[in-house]
Design a protein around this ligand. Structure first.
Ligand SMILES: [Zn+2]
Length: 206
């Protein structure tokens, strides 16, 4: 998995699979969500951890106050498309609309543009990368998938995440309907293990 990420990073230097920045990087996809996102914020605030949230344009339209709260608490915001459609086989006009419309929604609600885009399901192609280049954005994937949408046991999550963590790791988590009810069972547990190992959490911008 980590080796694959390194090869892909060589093939697509404009795509971040891991970073060279010191620290480890938590990312949360699919929000803002009315219960999951505030729950994640509480867990992060209690631990003084900063993360990056990849928002969907349609969810920002629905929950603009939650989006603003995330930004107010110092977390970085990225673009995760408008509707979470798989963009892989869509034409350029559709891809542009999904990305640029979301940028406009984020800018009008948060007062600033994003620098990062995470494609739905992690699927990207050269058309997507070209659109991102035009707007000065970088495609960001991950190298540690928590599989939080399907994990139930803390031990499974620990085994999936902790042994693979090193500086530059980018973790994929979700604040959506699939994790809203259970994130309190694994997220504080995993974060406390990593804090106990003296890893420093940073948003991607740092
Ligand atoms: Zn997603």
């Amino acid at each position: 998995m980590r080796c694959d990420a390194r090869i892909l990073q060589l093939l697509f230097p404009s795509v971040l699979f891991t970073t060279t920045a010191a620290g480890i990087h938590l990312t949360f996809d699919d929000g803002p969500h009315p219960t999951a996102t505030p729950a994640v914020l509480n867990i992060l605030r209690e631990r003084n951890i900063q993360a990056t949230f990849f928002f969907l344009g349609q969810n920002v339209q629905q929950y603009p106050d939650i989006a603003r709260q995330v930004a107010t608490e110092g977390h970085d915001i990225g673009n995760h498309s408008y509707s979470h459609t798989n963009l892989l086989f869509k034409d350029e006009a559709f891809i542009q609309k999904e990305i640029i419309q979301t940028e406009e929604i984020l800018e009008s609600n948060l007062g600033k543009r994003t620098r990062y885009f995470r494609p739905p399901y992690g699927y990207f192609n050269l058309t997507i990368l070209n659109v991102l280049k035009e707007i000065g954005s970088t495609c960001v994937l991950w190298n540690i998938d928590s599989k939080d949408y399907r994990s139930k046991r803390q031990s499974d999550m620990e085994r999936r995440v902790v042994p693979h963590t090193s500086n530059g790791s980018i973790f994929l988590f979700h604040d959506n309907k699939d994790t809203a009810q259970k994130l309190h069972t694994y997220l504080p547990f995993i974060l406390d293990i990593l804090l106990g190992k003296n890893f420093i959490f940073k948003p991607l911008q740092s």
